[in-house]
Design a protein around this ligand. Structure first.
Ligand code: B12
Length: 498
């Protein structure tokens, strides 16, 4: 038996990836522990905790905004304890070349992690060398061995259910939280230029089917177990696109409706929704959907975002959802290449025409490695900015105004007549406290997922530094030279979204 200790940051980033790895490793006889930086007052305390836990390896699971928080911790653990360290998660999937620059990391998982990590733990247990594990880049002497990924297995049912106890046994706030996130599939067939999925498709090209789904029986059994064990008022499917296979959805709706008495919400594309499917999902318990609009300008969606969905489809689906009593939220980005103030206002106007319950507004910060970033560089539309993101070149001269959409967009959604004042409001150079309006957008989530207000407040309070600290900040700043982190000060804006 080998032991891994996962180090993560805080409650708001409850990691399904870590839970998946944990249950798989435990099923094969290994030991898994978790500690959150938020539980420790200082870097020294983290080091002391890890020293006392005596793991064979320490694992970090990271999205790009978490990298600046984790790096100093990993560096200190290596320096003080010499413990082996593995990095994994979406950041490593398409920015592994960044991670190999850190001399305190021993393995980087460049894709899905269950089998590579299990193989690594088996080797550590046996004392065997582990520089040739498929899917893991490994440090060998002073260089890196860049092993390719293994083949993707079609059968997701072979994995045990995610190990929720890893979190819930220690964090009653998460255990009792109204919303529980589940994932029924991996991969996405769409090629939206701002998303990490097309890069993943490149990584796994020729290595099996990317889009895979658990059987209806398997996912419903997991949900039954969740509901039986933990207080749950809403199940949220975190799948990138829940409505992919019609056959699966029909079966799902029938079984979920029959066996689970808890409402659910999901992320959808408006392309595959029709009256019959919406009705079935509603009857099964669907109470909310999140649709990516991304831009309310049809031409921008098609040419910049590689999401060629006509406005009419959005309008028709929004009417359909309203008819069936399904609440929906939209996601929308501003600061897109060539976006003018007129485009931005048209975008928010069209969004308003859909009459969503709420809208998540963001300013585009394309991650290097996405198709959008690669294209922007090739077309001379980007100037490098932070370490991991690009700043889109301001070709219209309107970008500073458009950035005000982060707080003003919320107002335009909630108080539509203000759109008439949009130009004047967006031209404000010093919005002052107005920019904190973005915090109110979290109320939309509370409504969509029907989170009891007292619980939302407790969650907010427990993660207040995350909600308040990193608002609107570029997360991709350079590594602070040798300084201890004041976590979660380097963290990202919009946490707590299921
Ligand atoms: C749920 C979710 C969240 C949740 C929880 C995130 C979490 N920690 O799990 C919340 C709501 C908090 C969230 C927030 C954000 N998210 Co998010 N989120 C997702 C989503 C939809 C699902 C994640 C998931 O559970 N996947 C399922 C698990 C099984 O996969 P996994 O985590 O990748 O883990 C596997 C491997 O990576 C690997 N692995 C993972 N960790 C480790 C560790 C080791 C040691 C090893 C060996 C292997 C390994 O093995 C795992 C099993 O195969 C993904 C999209 C997606 N399809 O993944 C986006 C995604 C991860 N999010 C993304 C983004 C951009 C964000 C935000 C920055 C958005 C924003 N603007 O605010 C914030 C970041 C907040 C912050 N402060 O850091 C991007 C990340 C891109 C990137 N460069 O990192 C993604 C990929 C979406 C996208 N389409 O591009 N998110």
């Amino acid at each position: 038996m080998a032991k891994i200790l996962f180090v993560s940051d805080h409650l708001a980033n409850e990691g399904l990836g870590i839970m998946c790895l944990s249950s798989h490793l435990k099923a094969h006889g290994h030991a898994v522990e978790l500690t959150l930086l938020a539980d420790h007052p200082s870097l020294e305390a983290v080091v002391a905790h890890v020293a006392a836990a005596r793991p064979d390896i320490v694992g970090f699971s990271m999205m790009t905004p978490q990298v600046p928080t984790f790096r100093p911790v990993a560096r200190a653990l290596k320096r003080e304890l010499g413990v082996p360290i593995a990095f994994g998660g979406p950041h490593c999937m398409y920015m592994a070349d960044d991670v190999v620059r850190y001399d305190y990391v021993d393995w980087v998982c460049i894709g899905e992690g269950e089998d590579p990590l299990l193989e690594l733990m088996n080797r550590l247990d046996a004392g065997d060398p582990a520089t040739d594990v498929p899917g893991l880049w490994a440090r060998a002497d002073r260089d890196w061995v860049r092993n390719e990924t293994g083949r993707l297995d079609d059968d997701l049912d072979r994995y045990p259910f995610p190990d929720r106890e890893l979190y819930y046994a220690r964090y009653p706030l998460l255990r009792d939280f109204a919303v529980k996130r589940v994932m029924s599939q991996r991969g996405c067939p769409y090629k939206c230029s701002y998303c990490f999925e097309p890069s993943l498709a490149e990584l796994y090209e020729g290595k099996g089917k990317l889009v895979r789904r658990r059987s209806v029986g398997h996912i419903v059994a997991e949900i039954r177990a969740i509901v039986a064990r933990y207080p749950t008022r809403c199940i949220h499917f975190s799948d990138d696109t829940f409505n992919l296979s019609r056959r699966w959805l029909n079966e799902f709706a029938e079984v979920y409706g029959r066996e689970i008495d808890v409402p659910f919400t999901c992320n959808v594309t408006v392309q595959n929704l029709d009256e019959d499917l919406v009705r079935r999902l509603r009857d099964a318990g669907c109470r909310g959907m999140v649709c990516g609009l991304e831009s309310g300008v049809e031409r921008t969606r098609a040419t910049v975002l590689d999401k060629p969905i006509p406005n009419d489809t959005y309008l028709a689906v929004s009417r359909m959802l309203r008819r069936h009593g399904i609440r929906f939220m939209t996601n929308i980005m501003f600061g897109l290449p060539h976006e003018s103030l007129d485009d931005a206002i048209e975008s928010i106007r069209f969004n308003r025409a859909l009459r969503p319950l709420g809208t998540r507004v963001a300013i585009l910060k394309p991650y290097k490695g996405t198709q959008l970033a690669k294209r922007a560089i090739a077309d001379g539309l980007a100037e490098a900015e932070g370490e991991f993101t690009l700043q889109i070149r301001d070709t219209t001269g309107d970008l500073e105004d458009i950035k005000n959409m982060v707080w003003a967009g919320y107002l335009f959604v909630k108080v539509p007549f203000l759109i008439h004042l949009a130009r004047r409001m967006l031209r404000m150079r010093r919005p002052g406290p107005l920019r904190h309006l973005v915090l109110l957008s979290n109320l939309q989530e509370v409504m969509l997922y029907r989170i009891p207000p007292w619980q939302a407040l407790r969650f907010f309070w427990a993660s207040r530094q995350v909600f308040l600290g990193g608002m609107g900040k570029d997360q991709a700043e350079s590594e602070p030279a040798g300084s201890a982190p004041a976590w979660p000060a380097e963290e990202a804006a919009t946490a707590g979204r299921p």
